[in-house]
Design a protein around this ligand. Sequence first.
Ligand code: PYC
Length: 309
Amino acid sequence: MTERIHVIDSHTGGEPTRVVVSGGPPLGGGSMRERLDLFRRDFDHFRSAVVNEPRGSDAMVGALLCEPVDHACSAGVIFFNNVGFLQMCGHGTIGLAVTLAHMDLIQPGVHRIETPVGIVEAELHANNEVTVTNIPSRRAVRGLSVEVARFGSVVGDIAWGGNWFFLTYDCPFALNLANLEELTEYAWAIRQAVNAGGYPEVDHVELFGPPEAPGSDARNFVLCPGKAYDRSPCGTGTSAKLACLYADGKLQESEVWRQESLIGSSFDGWVTTRQGEIIPHIRGSAFICAEADLLLDHRDAFRWGIRSS
Ligand code: PYC
């Protein structure tokens, strides 16, 4: 017996998103939060089959396309990666919007998408560009100093952008691909120190440095929970950054911040406010790169993917 999972792959500034269009697990009709809890509890093998080797890679982010609860929404979605589940994903929402357009399910305009952390908006523009209006973001801790094994003290902020980030400018390495191993080791050591210090919810570490492209405001390196780095500038990470900049008075409402990734792709971001909350907006583009059926042969010992644990 062979199971089939229909997927559409895209990349957003180099970061892959694999949308599961059909063949997904039965999660019922609850909220995206309830469906995520069921997915995590009963179908983690499905997550691994879609994003892990031999079909995926550590960088792959999966997006299970769901029927929304509120039919004023265009879709519901649950994001996942090589080690678990994401609460929200900015590059993935851009990839999802372009995928829905590829499927002729949406036209240019504003679309509401249900996620486990609330409803976000995706405005589809021409030329595969999408503006995501994220859930409210905020800085939780300013100027936290952590003692990092082998590297000494590092100062940064903890902020929420749909996932939890530790953001720091203290980076002894230039942000480029030649330093990938060093950056990964450094960011991972920071994550361990931050989590050991009572902030176990911090899942991503975001390092900042000077930009390379004219017109960009900063370059980043974002280490995800499964030790892969984000090839895009990270939508939720850029949201967290915008919340910190706004809180510091370094960014005004509607002022554009251009965030560059480790590989030189970029997002434009800005904030608006609503009832005192900071609402990030992220604009980027995605391109479809594959449409396929994943085949899970019951005789294949690795049909559920190669898991790290
Ligand atoms: O774009 O929010 C994002 C994201 C999170 C993890 C990878 N990309």
